[in-house]
Design a protein around this ligand. Sequence first.
Ligand SMILES: Nc1ncnc2c1ncn2[C@@H]1O[C@H](COP(=O)(O)OP(=O)(O)OP(=O)(O)O)[C@@H](O)[C@H]1O
Length: 191
Amino acid sequence: MHRLTKRFGQVTAVSGLTFESAPGVVTGFLGPNGAGKTTTMRVILGLIAPSSGSARIGGRRYAELPHPAGTVGAVLDHAGFHPARTGRDHLRVYARMGGYPDSRVTEVLDLAGATAYADRRARGLSTGMRQRLKLATALLGDPAVLLLDEPANGLDPAGIAWLRGLLRELAGQAGLERLFLSLTATGGDPR
Ligand SMILES: Nc1ncnc2c1ncn2[C@@H]1O[C@H](COP(=O)(O)OP(=O)(O)OP(=O)(O)O)[C@@H](O)[C@H]1O
């Protein structure tokens, strides 16, 4: 990230942010509500254009990546589920779009600890359960980069401990090629 500034009208959401996130480590952002964490993430994903500065992943902008969906997995806080669909159905739709087999859906549900309620309709799921399904969705393409916005939201203390362990494990597995950027306002230390 090089000298990112993002303004929305009169509001400066991010001002001159420069940082580098090293491969193989979990990088966390801490900041109060409105500090610009989500905005930074949306710029990285190419969802909004920076006012100035640039965001690169492995030297390229998101839009220039040869396989963006397979390279970067993201959990955005507002990502929704169709209330009448099950978590598994939701994942199958994304798997089909990404060209991944249904067996990968089973794997990521397991990785995210969401297998037990994968066949329940989304309308009846708790915040923490949805959070795990979002994480499963982000893991579908076995991405080298994971961007997680408030990943611990809604998780109980055991869930937060589990999430830390999972992130550590995933970062370790892929060695130098995997990188995580986790953003949180709540003091949830992703390490
Ligand atoms: N689309 C938008 N239009 C106008 N202002 C925006 C928009 N998106 C964000 N902002 C403003 O930019 C600032 C940073 O918002 P952002 O959502 O990035 O903060 P955050 O650090 O993720 O906060 P939180 O912890 O509450 O999620 C806030 O003042 C917000 O109101």
